[in-house]
Design a protein around this ligand. Sequence first.
Ligand SMILES: *Cc1c(COP(=O)(O)O)cnc(C)c1O
Ligand SMILES: [Zn+2]
Length: 427
Amino acid sequence: MTSVVDASAHTSTSPARGLICRACGAEYPLAAQHACYECFGPLEVAYDEAALARVTRAQIEAGPQNIWRYAALLPAGQDPATRVSVDPGMTPLVAAPALAAALNIQAPLYVKDDSQNPTHSFKDRVVSVALTAAKELGFTRFSCASTGNLANSVAAHAARAGVPSIVFIPADLEQGKVITTAVYGGELVAIEGSYDDVNRLCSELVETDEFEDTAFVNVNVRPFYAEGSKTLGYEVAEQLGWRIPAQVVIPMASGELLTKVDKAFSELVEIGLAEAPEGGWTVFGAQSEGCNPIAVALHGDTDVITPVKPTGIAKSLNIGDPSAGPYAIEAVRRTGGWMDYANDDEIRAGIRLLAETTGIFAETAGGTTVAVLKKLVESGRLDPSKETVVYNTGEGLKTLDAVAGQVGPTHTIKPSLRGAREAGLLG
Ligand SMILES: *Cc1c(COP(=O)(O)O)cnc(C)c1O
Ligand SMILES: [Zn+2]
């Protein structure tokens, strides 16, 4: 939990003023610390509100076409020279009228397609912020516990920066995520256990002398990591012309992404950069049936999460003991939203529906989110007359097996007109 690294290395122009306990409000200086000494609650970055309030739309719009245009709202990376980054962000916000029609949604529907990041998932955002903070704090090796996409991103960032990496994954991960991590070099440790086992081991390793120089993006520098997700809120608002959408549907693993999109919207309104929709925005969360502890807690009207042993094809969302679960529930309740979950067949159907109506091929997490969007419309929880943004957080090419048995050539023919005729292609 503690670090030998000197926090004073942190740049003075960061708007971050410290770390604050989400549970008891205790404050700490900016450092590689993720749990509260008072109550063991999770820490998050606290900002100097006056510094945030000075940020202007013009300043952001003049910035680069990536997440660093929001550097003045982030806890690290104000100095471009210190950035450890593959420069993710400014991914397309795609209008999806055919998907809307298929789901009986009358208002504009958009897909925020974050599969377009350099390693093809939203994780590039959180890793860029975490590793930039890690470098500023003096760490010399990069690591993570991953459900797949994080592994890709940490290994790629380490390769770009020329810093050694050691990445930990569950041994049963999809091939498409093992290869796309291993290719960047660096050490890759497959653990015979679930993601939750991997995460537990990393929490132990981080305390050892041998790992003293190592930043685990989602363990000891987690407060910085989490802030990277805010850029998925900022970007959608900016792409809508500095408006916040009425409804957003977001996949959940730890639940962190959902809480940070909501935080980003709140910040934009507080500092006067974006307008809230009439009646405020509403946040919806998506899980899979094989790993649904946050949604089940909400449905049971509690915020006490009962951990599960994850199963099912949506492996990137398979965190059985989600650390930000209670905060995701809080955000969903406060904004009048809901959470639901989809089974594997529904997830496959969600991948295909999104692909067939938008030309976007999502991984299982995106299929989960579209499947849950469908359920939310059918159950009347999501208002089909209000503008909605659905987040696609990952790329379908990494989880080909999910749909491999379901799609293929519609015809196989001999290379001749006769062959074409016989297959009915000439009427
Ligand atoms: C990690 C991940 C998520 C969820 O992230 P959390 O912040 O842990 O909830 C969603 N989609 C994909 C594709 C991911 O890799
Ligand atoms: Zn505390």
